[in-house]
Structure formats: structure tokens, C-alpha cells
Design a binder for this molecule. Structure first.
Ligand code: UD1
Ligand code: UDP
Length: 361
């Protein structure tokens, strides 16, 4: 049996891994490397337990350094992944998305002449101001297989000169959404806790917000504006806070009456909140797609379109981190076309494995 090494490190990668690994292990021996980029129990273990992901063969324990030194983090990952790859000698390395773990995995492999398969290839914002853009570009340019989630990803890759290596497979986040949303029964909402650890009971009507991007949480100004918008809404806002901005969020929300800040939640709780919320406010690449999957209006507080397909008919609108812009966009009319399925049919994991099989034949 041929061997595939998979490198993951951050929350959204565990979710994609959950559906892809299950399929991959039918045909390949998988060695799983967790860089340690996300390490809190509610950012990592909870996903492995809840989504029944096999335990990593290697956990490198490389935590992000405070202050966001990306070079140091990526460099340490590169050194340690290289050591593992030299020992394991896989036939191929599999990476997802655009985190520092993705980049480190891809660089370590290509230097050892191990082919790289990139899932979620071809996303582009066309600005290097976004910390993840360089990870996307470099990973694509050292990969041998480019698996795009949507047609826009394929277009971006073709514009950069890739052709035979590009395949449209659909979005494993949609696979995960289909698989796990079918199991929701409400019990997944029982464990919500506030930042002090006290139980939170869910209001009947609510909005669901996540906000963790450096662009929105790196200074007080932007986050304070976003909070002011949330304070004006006609129902409470549930906001699971990413550890990156826990202290800032706690401080800025001291006088807020309409927001309910919680600890990060597990995946099933998160998609259950998406399915029950009135609307979604986010800066997350994953959450804006899940809003679209669940046909919930979404406002993405960000300057760039990350997933063009979600923007059709105003289903997802960009807003600046400014109170009035967010409120205006949240008030705009939205129209979903249930027949429009740009993220595939929920079976992308099978296609990902098929492409790896064809490549390694
Ligand atoms: C990373 C990804 C981003 C992705 C996000 C998913 C990069 C450059 N960015 O951003 O694309 O959207 O993951 O959530 O890779 N921290 C903890 N505990 C944890 C994890 C993080 O306390 O379990 C804190 C650390 O202090 C760290 C900060 O959060 O300094 C930021 O973590 P990092 O992994 O650098 O970036 P994310 O914002 O999580
Ligand atoms: N998510 C979660 N718990 C939370 C917040 C988000 O499980 O407290 C899920 C969310 O439903 C989506 C994924 O995490 O599936 C998105 O990850 P994140 O926003 O961290 O990263 P991004 O998608 O922006 O790269």
C-alpha cells in the first residue's frame, strides 16, 4: 500500500481531514502529522474526538509565538516536518487550505522531492497584506496536484499557468456539513459556556458571529466597531471567541448588553448555531461557506472576496469593520437559489482520493 503523509495544524483543517482521512485510509496508508499550531483542547482535541479523527502519528507541539511571528513558527514547522518526512518517506504529502502549517508541509516535502497535493488550491485575494495569501500562492506553486473546491479556484489556477494538474473536486467543508448536519438533534448546544466557564442557555432568536482575523482583531478600533454593530441588532449575538483575541474581546465587550461571548465550540455546535441563527456575521472563510450551505444570510467583515460563489444574489456581502456599514449590509435583501450548488455534491473526499490514486498509479 502506498503511503500518504497528511499535515494539519489549525481548526478548519481538522474538519476537512475528518472527511478526507476516512476515505483516504480505504486505499492508502496515512501518516498524520499535527504541527501543534492550534493546541487548546477546544481548538484541537475537541475536533479529533467529536469527528472521530484518528490520533496523529506525530504531534510536533509547535505553538504560535505571541506577537504573531509567522517566520519563526513556519521555520520551526519546516525543520521538524522535514525530519519526519525523511524518516517516513511517503509517496505523497497532502495539505489543506492556507495556514502556516500548510506552507511548512508543502515546502518540507518539495525540498525532499515528495509530490504535494493541495486541497483548496486556487483561492486568491490578490493582496499580500493578508497573511494567508502568501501561503496559498507558494503552496500552489510547489504542488503537483491542485484540487480546487469551486470553478473560481480552477480559473485562478489556469490564469497562473496550471493546467493538467488542476481538478475541480468540490469542497470537503461541504462534505463535512452534509455528513454532520444530518446528525444534529439539539444536544450539541448544551455545552455552551461563557468566558468565565458558566453555562449559557441559547435564546430562541439569535445571530451567530465569529471574528478572529488579524485584520479585524489586531487593534481595538475595528473590533469595537463590530461590537457596536452587534449591540444594535434585534436579537442577542452568540460569539465564540478565538483565543487569539480573547483578552481584547473581553475588555471591549465589558459594557455590551446584546452579545454573549462564549469559549470556542466544537464543530457540531458551530454548524448547529449556523442552522438556527437568523443571520451570520463573520470573517471566517469556513463560516461564510457554512452560512451559504445552510442558506443563511451572511455579512463577511473583510475587504476581499474569498469565496465568490457565496456572494451571488447578495447571500454573502462584504462589510468594512464599521458599525453602519455592517448594519446596512445585514439589513439588505437576500435571495437564495436552492438549485445553485457551486461547492459540489458533498462527495469531494472520494474525488480527492481518486486524483491521488491517478497521480500515484
Ligand atoms: C490560523 C490561520 C488562519 C485560519 C485560522 C483558523 C495562519 C497564518 N493563519 O490563524 O488562516 O483562519 O488559523 O482558526 O496560519 N492560540 C491559542 N490557542 C490555540 C491556538 C491559537 O492561544 O489553540 C493563540 C496564540 O496565542 C496565537 C494566536 O492565537 O499567537 C494566533 O494563532 P495562529 O495559529 O498564529 O493564527 P490564527 O489566528 O489561529
Ligand atoms: N468553528 C468551530 N468552533 C468555533 C468557531 C468556528 O468549530 O468556535 C468552525 C466553523 O463552523 C467552521 C470552521 O470552524 O467550520 C472555521 O474555522 P476558522 O474560522 O477558525 O478558520 P477559517 O475558516 O477562517 O480559516
Amino acid at each position: 500500500m502506498k503511503k500518504v503523509c497528511t499535515v494539519v495544524g489549525a481548526r478548519p483543517q481538522f474538519i476537512k481531514l475528518a472527511v478526507v482521512s476516512r476515505e483516504l485510509r480505504e486505499s492508502f496508508q496515512e501518516t498524520l502529522i499535527h504541527t501543534g499550531q492550534h493546541y487548546d483542547t477546544d481548538m484541537s482535541d475537541i475536533f479529533f474526538d467529536e469527528l472521530e479523527i484518528p490520533k496523529p502519528d506525530y504531534n510536533l507541539g509547535i505553538h504560535p509565538t505571541g506577537g504573531g511571528a509567522h517566520g519563526a513558527m513556519t521555520g520551526r514547522m519546516l525543520m521538524q516536518i522535514e525530519e519526519v518526512l525523511i524518516q517516513e518517506r511517503p509517496d505523497l504529502l497532502l495539505v489543506f487550505g492556507d495556514t502556516n502549517s500548510t506552507l511548512a508541509g508543502a515546502l518540507a516535502a518539495v525540498k525532499l522531492h515528495i509530490p504535494v497535493c493541495h486541497v483548496e488550491a486556487g483561492n486568491r485575494l490578490y493582496t499580500l497584506d493578508n497573511p494567508e495569501e502568501v501561503n496559498r500562492i507558494v503552496t500552489d506553486h510547489v504542488s503537483s496536484i491542485h484540487l480546487a473546491c469551486t470553478a473560481s479556484g480552477v480559473d485562478f489556477l489556469r490564469r497562473e499557468g496550471f493546467s493538467d494538474s488542476v481538478h475541480l473536486v468540490g469542497d470537503p467543508m461541504y462534505d463535512a456539513f452534509c455528513r454532520y448536519s444530518a446528525r444534529l438533534d439539539g444536544s450539541e448546544l448544551a455545552g455552551l459556556t461563557d468566558l468565565e466557564g458558566a453555562r449559557v442557555s441559547l435564546p430562541e432568536r439569535f445571530y451567530y458571529m465569529t471574528c478572529h482575523r488579524q485584520e479585524n482583531t489586531g487593534r481595538d478600533e475595528e473590533l469595537a466597531q463590530i461590537f457596536q454593530a452587534m449591540e444594535r441588532l434585534d436579537a442577542p449575538v452568540i460569539y465564540p471567541v478565538h483565543p487569539r483575541n480573547r483578552e481584547r474581546a473581553r475588555r471591549l465587550s465589558r459594557d455590551c448588553k446584546n452579545m454573549i461571548l462564549t469559549n470556542p465550540v466544537g464543530y457540531c455546535t458551530s454548524i448547529s448555531l449556523v442552522c438556527r441563527a437568523e443571520k451570520i456575521i463573520t470573517d471566517s472563510g469556513g463560516l461564510q461557506r457554512e452560512a451559504f450551505f445552510a442558506q443563511k444570510p451572511c455579512v463577511t467583515v473583510f475587504d476581499y472576496v474569498a469565496w465568490p460563489e457565496t456572494m451571488e444574489n447578495g447571500c454573502n456581502r462584504l462589510a468594512k469593520p464599521e458599525r453602519d456599514d455592517i448594519l446596512n449590509k445585514l439589513g439588505a435583501k437576500v435571495c437564495f437559489d436552492p438549485a445553485y450548488k457551486p461547492f459540489g455534491d458533498g462527495c469531494s473526499a472520494g474525488r480527492i482520493v481518486e486524483q491521488i490514486q491517478r497521480f500515484l498509479k
